[in-house]
Design a protein around this ligand. Sequence first.
Ligand SMILES: [Zn+2]
Length: 297
Amino acid sequence: MLRVTGAPSGCSLEPRGRLSRRDVIGAGQRSAERRLAWRDNLRRLRILVLLLVFLVIAVTAWQDRSRSTSWRLPLFVALYPIAADDSPRTRAFIAGLSGERFTDIDRFFAREAHRHGVELAEPLKTRLKPPLDSIPPARSGVGRVATLGWSLSLRWWAWQRTRAAREPADIRVFVMYHDPAGAGTLPHSTGLSKGLIGLVHAFAREDLDGDNAVVIAHEILHTLGATDKYDPGDDAPRFPDGFGDPHQSPLYPQQLAELMGGRRMLSPTRWEQPASLAEVVIGDVSALEIRWSGHAP
Ligand SMILES: [Zn+2]
């Protein structure tokens, strides 16, 4: 009888074709390592995609800023009316809109550009577009991440609604009209330099066209990089850059309002919203922000 000499009792030999305990442990470890490596690669890929998205956003923003403030060619501003409520009055108001109702904005920019030394005869041209039946996505949450997410969703929404436009626009302003009978206070309007998009809340009343034009012009200037020049706590224009003429003597009442100051100072404690762009100027600091100052003689 053949006996394997030296083999310990309780033989450790096992049939061929079956994995040893060491082999099983080794295979399990390799599988776990592969899973970890795959997860690691996936995480790196996600970071890479995010970095690419941020890079595209940054490059696009730089291109937008550079193009929109070169002042070599007119900027075309597409105005898209939107009914913000179901009121028949709002719908009728929008149906009655015409491009001529917005030409004060074009004239205002021409006048102020020339005052700041820009030679372009028509620095900005508004074009009224057909109404949209979709409301822009609402901002939700606070903080940088929420703002970035909202900004991206807004740009996607805007691209979907305007991509078929025959005349491409440099700036797109979505004007949401509200029936004055149903809206006491309007939501804040917004202008985004990233994407060159303005969101304006306006009253659907013809005698308020002047007020609405001031808000539209204010948001257009935001898209070009200008900042607010009023106290967000009480809306009071800041001195000196939010005043129409900080050198005026006597200082009050101010004859004019600065566009990004938003209001005309009547006294140190009173201010009012201008009724039209005839009462508004673009001050030196705002002009500097939209790169008009380099054109001054
Ligand atoms: Zn503002």
